[in-house]
Write a protein that binds this ligand. Structure first.
Ligand code: CNA
Length: 240
C-alpha cells in the first residue's frame, strides 16, 4: 500500500484524531507563514519579526509593534481552505476530537470546527488592558497608532507574544486530547517554536503522521511523513 492509501486507511479506522497545525495550514488561504522563502521572516524590516512580536518590544515600543501587527499579522477577510474544511467535517462525523493550532487567524472556526485549542491565541479577540472591555479585530485594524479603549487603556490582541507563557487551560486540554488520540496528524508547522512544538511528544500511539513542505526536526519520529502541500493531501483525504 502506498503512503497515501495507508493514511486514508488510518483515517477511516480512527475516531479520536488530533490535528496539530501551524501557519502552513493557512498559506493556501493566502496568509503567509513565518519561515517559508516567501514568509514573514524573509521580508525586510528594521528588526527581525521575533523581536517586534516579543513582550518586551511591545512594552518598549507599542506604536511600532502595532504598525507591524496591523500590516503583517492581522489576517482579516480570508477564507478557510480544503484542509480547514476537511477537519471540520471529520469533527462533525465524530472522527476528530480536537484541532490544536498555533495559528491566530480563526480559520478553523470559520470552517465550522468547534473544538479548537488556540495555543497562541487569536487576533479576533482583543481586550483593554485596563478595564478588560472586548474589541473585535476590525477595531484594531482601523485604529491609528496605539489602539485605545474608551477608558484610555491600550487594547491588546489576545495573541501570545514571544516571552509570554501559554494559557494553562488551553495547554492542558491540548495535552489531554493528544494523549488520547488514536491518530495524530501534525501539519504545516516547522516545529521550531516552543513550548508548542513539544506537545507532539505527548502522543502515545503508533500513528503519527507529519505533513509539511519542508523537513522538520520531528520527521524521524513520525510513522508516515509527507513533504507535500497540504492542499494536495487533504484534497485526497476529503474524498474519503
Ligand atoms: P512556520 O515556522 O512559518 O512554519 C510553517 C511550515 O509550514 C513551514 O515549515 C512550511 O514548509 C510549511 N508549509 C507552508 N505552507 C504549506 C503548505 N501549503 N503545505 C504544507 N506545508 C506548508 O509556522 P509555525 O506555525 O510552525 O510557527 C509558529 C508560529 C507562526 C505561531 O506562533 C503562529 O502564530 C505563527 N503564524 C501564524 C499564522 C496564522 O495564524 N495563519 C501566520 C503566520 C505565522
Amino acid at each position: 500500500m502506498n503512503k497515501l492509501e495507508t493514511l486514508k486507511q488510518w483515517v477511516k479506522e480512527s475516531n479520536r484524531i488530533v490535528f496539530f497545525g501551524g501557519a502552513g495550514v493557512s498559506t493556501e488561504s493566502g496568509i503567509p507563514d513565518f519561515r517559508s522563502v516567501d514568509g514573514l521572516y524573509n521580508q525586510k524590516f528594521e528588526y527581525p519579526p521575533e523581536v517586534i512580536i516579543s513582550h518586551s518590544f511591545y512594552e518598549r515600543n507599542p506604536e511600532y509593534f502595532f504598525r507591524f501587527y496591523r500590516e503583517k499579522m492581522l489576517p482579516l477577510g480570508y477564507e478557510p481552505n480544503i484542509t480547514h474544511k476537511c477537519l471540520a467535517k471529520w469533527e462533525q462525523e465524530g472522527k476528530l476530537s480536537a484541532v490544536v493550532t498555533q495559528n491566530i487567524d480563526g480559520l478553523h472556526q470559520k470552517a465550522g470546527s468547534k473544538r479548537v485549542y488556540e495555543l497562541h491565541g487569536s487576533v479576533l479577540r482583543n481586550y483593554c488592558t485596563r478595564c478588560g472591555k472586548f474589541y473585535p479585530a476590525e477595531f484594531v485594524k482601523e485604529s491609528e497608532g496605539i489602539p485605545r479603549c474608551s477608558c484610555g487603556g491600550i487594547v491588546k490582541p489576545d495573541v501570545v507574544l514571544y516571552e509570554e507563557g501559554l494559557d494553562q487551560d488551553t495547554t492542558t486540554k491540548s495535552v489531554m486530547a493528544i494523549r488520547q488520540a488514536d491518530l495524530m496528524i501534525v501539519a504545516g508547522t516547522s516545529l521550531t517554536v516552543y513550548p508548542a512544538a513539544g506537545l507532539v511528544n505527548y502522543y502515545r500511539g503508533n500513528r503519527l503522521v507529519l505533513i509539511n513542505r519542508d523537513e522538520t526536526p520531528y520527521d524521524s519520529q513520525a510513522d508516515l511523513v509527507f513533504h507535500d502541500s497540504l492542499g494536495e493531501i487533504f484534497g485526497q483525504l476529503a474524498e474519503i
